[in-house]
Design a protein around this ligand. Structure first.
Ligand SMILES: [Zn+2]
Length: 314
């Protein structure tokens, strides 16, 4: 990842900004006191929170820095210091719930960043989550919050088990959780079609004032944990869709935050491809068939989500 971004830095003048730690106040907007205490108590030790999620002696420090980096990026983008940011942070965040570490995640970086934007007075924040796993934590934290639109594409059924199409949010938040489950084996063309035909129209209809992206590179074709077939070219297309969504009320403001991804070469190349789009280089057009084997899937999205998002023509 570093090698990929360093190349981007050299060739495309990416500006590198060190991250800072998240404050207690920032974390408490989405996490409980008990959760903060539990994660803090892991400092200097090795603690297993669940079968997938272990903290080493320095994990707490890294988690504070990861969440703080995402908040700082939101601050800088809202202040006009930058239009877009890419937070190369770990551990990832989107499985972490208000009171629970899960799926390699200790604090929910993107949720903490979204809550920060709300605290700054924004009324429409969108989170696009293209990690191959469903972001159960982000969904749970904002499921009743109409100011945060959460849109996730993910392999399903798969870890962590949530993210069915029928999960659309609760109470005032109904319709503001959008789950687009995919079968394994989807590649650039299928992802591009769903992002252009479903994610982009919903996003433009919501017209966020700030776009956050949970960037997981585990849909990559070489990823050892999942079964998708996305290449760097595909990730560039997803980034281009995100910037299109951010081109309305957000005025181009978008913060991309790294989530999962377990093939290091794939992460490096994909990060560079996404950074290139964030720096204003349009990717070459990626063609996708307007109809094909995934028609039933797209029809199902329209049928379930059309009542909330008439733009889909469901
Ligand atoms: Zn993942």
């Amino acid at each position: 990842m570093r090698s990929g971004l360093q190349q981007a830095e050299l060739e495309w003048r990416l500006v590198h900004v060190p991250a800072r730690d998240a404050t207690r106040e920032e974390l408490l907007r989405v996490h409980t006191e008990a959760h903060l205490a539990e994660i803090a108590a892991s400092a200097g030790r090795t603690v297993r929170f669940d079968p997938d999620t272990q903290a080493g002696p320095r994990s707490y420090a890294a988690a504070l820095r990861a969440a703080g980096g995402a908040v700082d990026a939101v601050e800088r983008v809202l202040a006009g210091e930058a239009d877009r940011a890419f937070c190369a942070v770990r551990p990832p965040g989107h499985h972490a719930e208000a009171d629970r570490a899960m799926g390699f995640c200790l604090f929910n970086n993107v949720a903490v960043a979204a809550a920060h934007a709300l605290a700054r007075g924004l009324e429409r924040v969108m989170v696009v989550d293209w990690d191959v796993h469903h972001g159960n934590g982000t969904q749970a934290i904002f499921q009743a919050e109409p100011r945060v639109l959460y849109v996730s594409t993910h392999e399903y059924p798969f870890y962590p088990g949530t993210g069915a199409l029928a999960e659309v949010g609760e109470g005032k938040g109904r319709g503001f959780t959008v789950n687009l489950p995919f079968p394994a084996g989807m590649g650039d063309a299928e992802y591009a079609r769903v992002y252009r035909q479903v994610v982009e129209p919903i996003g433009r209809a919501f017209d966020p004032q700030l776009l956050l992206v949970s960037v997981g590179f585990d849909p990559h074709v070489a990823d050892p944990l999942a079964g998708m077939r996305v290449t760097e070219r595909g990730f560039a297309e997803l980034a281009a869709v995100c910037l299109s969504i951010a081109s309305g009320a957000a005025g181009g403001r978008a913060v991309f935050v790294l989530e999962g991804g377990y093939d290091l070469e794939g992460i490096a190349r994909s990060s560079a491809a996404v950074a290139r789009v964030l720096l204003g280089f349009a990717p070459e057009p990626l063609s996708w068939p307007p109809s094909g084997p995934i028609d039933p899937l797209v029809d199902a999205y329209r049928r379930v989500l059309g009542p909330y998002w008439p733009v889909l023509g469901g």
